[in-house]
Ligand binder design. Structure first.
Ligand SMILES: [Zn+2]
Length: 364
């Protein structure tokens, strides 16, 4: 474990129960002088995370906007505001997804792919202390910590009620390129993570039931982002976390292979860019998948948070572990058959930890 650097770690007690510790970001002028790369190679302390507020429109407006937008993507659309059902009955760790809602983003591609930064990780318990909410429901999408994962890379499917239960799974690529899904009994996440954090309470959420895709966009979270544009344009950016089930149809997914199994140079450490496709893709996955999603219409600071450019991150696992299906969700490949049922809620704020792009003076 000596080689593992935990750059997301907070000093004990430094941020405990003190949410004002968050540094609020205002859009600011970018300096022309790039910061030196060496800065990211030391042992940067991320006791302070960057934080910004999302807009919080009425859920009824969000539902109406989603209904109108999703009708361009799916033939059958039913969107309403409902009391959140008991999500544990659907397979989630926490009963609900309301109360002190936050999106979390940690790390980025350089941490994941530049050998100089391998082993970078963050502990969810530290994130929750920074949020001032040590007890919380947490789910999302990220990379596994290789030390926790017995030396393997893997797609992490975090799903936990902090301090009570951890239903997280990790998907990795086996020696025959098969997908292997295993329990991940740790709160330590790898170099890229997007999380939705809440008090895990009941409350009002947006229920989305769509089937039969008629649009070109195969990804439900991207269709949701597209549908939310009228609100983002008129009011400002919003963020959401969501839990959805693939009831019928099949999807495309990927899992990152182990570094040693890729067999060619896929990453340019000078430009900090992926230059060759190295992922293991799987088609015909599903149905009966539990998907954990974070999405945002854009960066509320105008770019200072260096957020993941896709604006969403969704991982999934099969309801039956024996199916050995899990990983990064791309979208459906069976538009005529696809049927999703999901519950989404607005995130009040986003907290950005481990902004490697700011340290390198680059952008994602
Ligand atoms: Zn992913």
């Amino acid at each position: 474990m000596g080689a593992t650097r935990n750059v997301g770690s907070l000093q004990p007690g430094s941020a405990r129960g003190n949410p004002s510790h968050e540094k609020s970001l205002q859009p600011r002028e970018r300096e022309g002088v790039p910061r030196k790369k060496e800065r990211a190679r030391g042992n940067p302390s991320h006791e302070e995370c960057k934080s910004a507020a999302f807009q919080m429109p009425e859920l009824s407006r969000v539902a109406a906007t989603l209904r109108a937008g999703l009708e361009h993507h799916y033939a059958s659309v039913d969107v309403s505001v409902v009391e959140c059902p008991d999500l544990t009955k659907l397979g989630a760790a926490a009963r609900g997804m309301c109360g002190s809602t936050r999106l979390i983003e940690f790390g980025g591609e350089p941490y994941a792919h530049n050998p100089a930064y391998r082993g970078t990780n963050i502990d969810v318990d530290d994130v929750l202390r920074a949020c001032g909410m040590p007890a919380a429901g947490v789910f999302g999408a990220g990379m596994a910590d290789t030390a926790v994962n017995n030396g393997h890379c893997g797609e992490l499917i975090p799903d936990m009620l902090a301090g009570e239960s951890n239903l997280s799974r990790v998907a990795r690529v086996g020696t025959d390129r098969e997908c292997i899904v295993e329990p991940y009994p740790s709160a330590v996440c790898g170099p890229i993570v997007n999380l939705y954090v809440s008090e895990g309470r009941n409350g009002e959420v947006v229920r989305i039931d769509v089937r039969t895709r008629i649009g070109e966009q195969p990804s439900l979270p991207q269709a949701i982002r597209d549908s939310l544009r009228p609100i983002a344009r008129s009011q400002g950016h919003i963020g959401m976390g969501g839990f959805f089930k693939v009831l019928s149809g099949r999807i495309r997914s990927h899992v990152m292979p182990d570094y040693g199994c890729i067999g060619f140079d896929y990453y340019d450490t000078d430009t900090e860019r992926v230059v060759r496709d190295f992922l293991q893709f799987y088609d015909h996955i599903g149905p009966d998948l539990l998907c954990f999603s974070t999405l945002w219409t854009g960066d509320p600071t105008g770019g200072d948070l260096n957020l993941r450019p896709s604006g969403e991150h969704t991982h999934f696992r099969h309801v039956d572990d024996a199916a050995q299906q899990g990983g990064h969700y791309h979208g459906d490949i069976t538009p005529g058959e696809v049927h999703y049922l999901g519950f989404f809620n607005l995130a009040e704020r986003i907290l950005r930890f481990g902004d490697i792009y700011a340290d390198l003076g680059t952008s994602p």
